[in-house]
Design a protein around this ligand. Sequence first.
Ligand code: FE2
Length: 279
Amino acid sequence: MKIIQVSDLHLVPDGQILYGLDPRERLRACIAAINAEQKDADFCVFTGDLANAGRTEAYEMLRECLEPLQLPYYLGIGNHDKRQSFLDVFPDVQRDENGFIQYAIDFPGVRFLMLDTVEEGEHWGSYCAERAAWLDRELGQSDGKPVYLFMHHPPFEIGVPSQDNLRIRDAHLFTEIVAGNNRIRHIFHGHVHRPVCGSWCGIPVSALRGTCHQVQLDLVTVEPIPLCHEPPAYAMILLRHDQTIVHYHDFLDKSAISETQASDYRNDKSIAGPLPASI
Ligand SMILES: [Fe+2]
């Protein structure tokens, strides 16, 4: 399967600029790139911070921006979202029995779970007993299929203090359920606005830059969050039964080396050397 992950859109109402950027233009460019480059993907997943201040107008903008997207898509929320405003505009998005925006996405032989890590009114994340009970049950009903988790906040530290301060703070129940569950193949999260990969409790994890502003690799500052204009990206996730591969694509990048430039290099033996040129 191929999945496209997009995160941290931070949409603001019409005409507003956020940190010198237009989040709607960025999202439109991202969707145009996905349509052009990823026609064979199975679906697109959005891992939260859809709106910057949870405003209804921003969710209406999101709905409008998503209209041209040629892939099925699934939405999750982040700390900048507001559940009720989101649901007012996207009433068909599934919820669990307690109203949290978490649900299963089932394909033949594989299950994806969208988790809700939002503590309303706070920027740090939470995974309470009610949500954990749902997760435990959904994992139990996965019929032995591999399971992949989508969530906004990570339950672990990434070594960047401003983001570690805002991770899931009550992750003990989540950890009890997830750590050691050998059906869980990968955790794809957002929130940190940085390309990050590694593993936690033996489970592979990855995150990506947002479509608008990013977070600096600042290893000291906790507050205010050090932001930057590193390029936006989407992730292309390739899944097989025996591997998970994640590519990060800076969809605004136009730096491709033309064939003419490349062949000039290949033909200049003083630069390319005696062997055939390669990467
Ligand atoms: Fe964000």
